[in-house]
Design a protein around this ligand. Structure first.
Ligand SMILES: *Cc1c(COP(=O)(O)O)cnc(C)c1O
Length: 236
C-alpha cells in the first residue's frame, strides 16, 4: 500500500502538471483533502506531510475529527457536504469554509450564528467572517443539493447582505460518469455562470474537480479541487 504522504505527492504532481498544461501557476490551485469516512489518524498523516486544507461531508464527523485533531493548529476544515440548518451551530465549531450554501434561509442562519459566535466587533474592528461558497446544482439533478442556476442571483445577494459571511465563489459536483471528460461541460457551465454573476472579482473561487476529473477542472479554471480517494484510498 502507498502511504498517504506518497499519495499526496502524486496528487500534487497531477495538479502541477494540469496547471502547467493550462498555462496556470500551480499555486493558484488549492487542494482540499476530503477525508470523509477516513480516520483522524490518516488526516494527521496528511497534515504531517504538509497538507493543511481538509474537507468533510457530514457535520458530526467533522466535529469529531476536529476535536481529535485540535492540536494541529494550521489545519483548516472545509465543509463540502450538504448542510442542514439545524446543524449550523455544530458545523461552526469546526468549519473555516462552507462550500455548500444553497438556500437564502441557510445563508441567513449561517450569518446569524457566525455573528452570535463572535459577538460584536471591537470598535473600529472588522466583523469576523465565515468564508462561503454557493453550491450550484449544475446538471439540475433532482436528488442533489445546490441552487438552480435561475436562483443563483438572489442567493448571492442574500449572502452579501450578511456582514458575517464572506462570499468566495461557486462550487459544483457534476454527475457521476465513466469518462472524466464528461465533466468538462459542467465545469465550463459553472465558469459561464460566474461570468454572468460578476466574474472573478465577485466570485474569485471555483471549487470543482475530484479524484477522477481534476485535470479537466483545472483546465476549465478551478481554483479549489476536492480530492478524497486519490489521497486516502477507496471508501467502504
Ligand atoms: C467525496 C467528495 C469529494 C471527493 O471525492 P473523490 O472522488 O473521493 O476524490 C469531493 N467533493 C465532494 C462534495 C464529495 O462529497
Amino acid at each position: 500500500m502507498t502511504s498517504v504522504a506518497d499519495a499526496l505527492a502524486s496528487v500534487r504532481e497531477r495538479i502541477a502538471r494540469a496547471a502547467q498544461a493550462a498555462g496556470r501557476a500551480p499555486e493558484e490551485i488549492c487542494l482540499v483533502a476530503v477525508s470523509k469516512l477516513k480516520s483522524a489518524e490518516l488526516v494527521r498523516e496528511a497534515y504531517l506531510a504538509g497538507q493543511r486544507d481538509f474537507g468533510e461531508n457530514y457535520v458530526q464527523e467533522l466535529v469529531e475529527k476536529a476535536e481529535a485533531l485540535a492540536d494541529l493548529q494550521e489545519l483548516r476544515w472545509h465543509l463540502v457536504g450538504h448542510l442542514q440548518r439545524n446543524k449550523v451551530k455544530s458545523a461552526l465549531r469546526a468549519a473555516s469554509v462552507v462550500h455548500s450554501v444553497d438556500t437564502p434561509r441557510l445563508a441567513r442562519e449561517l450569518g446569524k450564528r457566525v455573528a452570535e459566535r463572535y459577538g460584536e466587533p471591537p470598535e473600529g474592528g472588522s466583523v469576523p467572517q465565515l468564508s462561503v461558497l454557493v453550491e450550484v446544482n449544475i446538471a439540475s439533478e433532482p436528488q442533489k443539493g445546490g441552487v438552480t442556476p435561475n436562483e443563483l442571483g438572489p442567493l448571492l445577494e442574500t449572502i452579501e447582505q450578511e456582514p458575517a459571511l464572506r462570499l468566495r465563489g461557486l462550487m459544483a459536483v457534476p454527475p457521476q460518469t465513466e469518462d472524466p471528460g464528461d465533466s468538462r461541460q459542467f465545469f465550463d457551465e459553472l465558469v459561464r455562470l460566474r461570468e454572468r454573476h460578476g466574474g472573478a472579482l465577485r466570485l474569485p473561487e471555483l471549487s470543482m474537480g475530484m479524484t477522477h476529473d481534476l485535470e479537466h477542472a483545472i483546465e476549465a479554471g478551478a481554483t479549489i479541487v476536492r480530492v478524497g480517494t486519490a489521497i486516502f484510498g477507496k471508501r467502504d
